[in-house]
Structure formats: structure tokens, C-alpha cells
Design a binder for this molecule. Structure first.
Ligand code: HEC
Length: 117
């Protein structure tokens, strides 16, 4: 009885190891995709920052009333203004405070995000 059971288990083992190898391969494949996953993460980080701007700047930064459009504006222009708001070189009503909340890298990323809208 117990011999049969062992035999049954050992017959099942190769399947288990194949499954383990398969899983290993999947994990390895996952690692080689790491670079593009990082890029996606950065993109979504920019999109999340961008979403916080849309309440004032309109959906996808299309502009809203008096509040200027960001969509399609060159990255250098948006980033340049944000850096000036951050440093105080450019004076606004709310943008100085908002720009101070972001690192220079985040400013570049969100400027690129709106340039591509
Ligand atoms: C509370 C509303 C509000 C939010 C939120 C907001 N903005 Fe603004 N933004 C303004 C206003 C108002 C101006 C005009 C300058 C001022 O008064 O500060 C402006 C101006 C700008 C300008 C200058 C555009 C130009 O053509 O001169 C840029 C660039 C900008 N905002 C980017 C952003 C980004 C990026 C975010 C999100 C991180 C953001 N803003 C979030 C209200 C807002």
C-alpha cells in the first residue's frame, strides 16, 4: 500500500519539478522585462502627478478658463516655468507653492507627460 503511494508520489514528482522549472523561467523572463517595467513605473508616476494638476488645468491639461493649457506644450517650456515658480523667479498665485512640492526630476517628468497629451 505504502509502496504504491510512494510510487504514485514519485510519478508525480517530475510534473512538480517541471512546474517549478516553468515558474523559474517565468520569473527569469520577468526579470529581463525589468527595464521596461521601470519605464512604465516612471510614466505612471508622472501620470499620477499630472492628475493632480488637472483639477485646475483641465482634463489632460487642456486648459480651463483662465488657467493655461499644458497639453502639447513643449517639455522645456513647462519645465522651465515650473522651475522658475519653484525658485521664485516667476511669481504666480498658486504655482509657487505647488512647484516647490516637486523635485526637479518630477518637474521634468510631469512636463514631458503634458507635452505628450
Ligand atoms: C489650484 C489650481 C492649480 C493646480 C492644482 C495646478 N496649477 Fe498650474 N497654474 C495655476 C494657475 C492659477 C496658474 C497661473 C499662474 C499662477 O497664478 O500661479 C498656473 C500656471 C501654470 C503654468 C504656467 C503656464 C503658462 O503658460 O504660463 C504651468 C507650467 C503650470 N501651471 C503647471 C502645473 C503643473 C505641472 C501642475 C501639477 C503639478 C499644476 N500646474 C497644478 C493653477 C493650478
Amino acid at each position: 500500500m505504502s509502496q504504491n503511494r510512494e510510487a504514485a508520489i514519485s510519478r508525480r514528482l517530475p510534473i512538480a519539478s517541471l512546474a517549478a522549472i516553468g515558474l523559474g523561467l517565468m520569473l527569469t523572463a520577468g526579470t529581463s522585462q525589468a527595464a521596461s517595467e521601470t519605464e512604465k513605473m516612471e510614466l505612471s508616476h508622472a501620470a499620477i502627478i499630472g492628475a493632480t494638476c488637472m483639477g485646475c488645468h483641465g482634463f489632460r491639461g487642456m486648459g480651463s478658463g483662465e488657467i493655461p493649457r499644458l497639453a502639447g506644450v513643449a517639455k522645456e517650456v513647462t519645465a522651465g516655468k515650473l522651475l522658475e515658480y519653484k525658485s521664485g523667479a516667476l511669481e504666480g498665485t498658486v504655482m509657487n507653492r505647488i512647484a516647490k512640492g516637486y523635485t526637479d526630476d518630477e518637474i521634468q517628468a510631469v512636463a514631458e507627460f503634458f507635452a505628450n497629451q
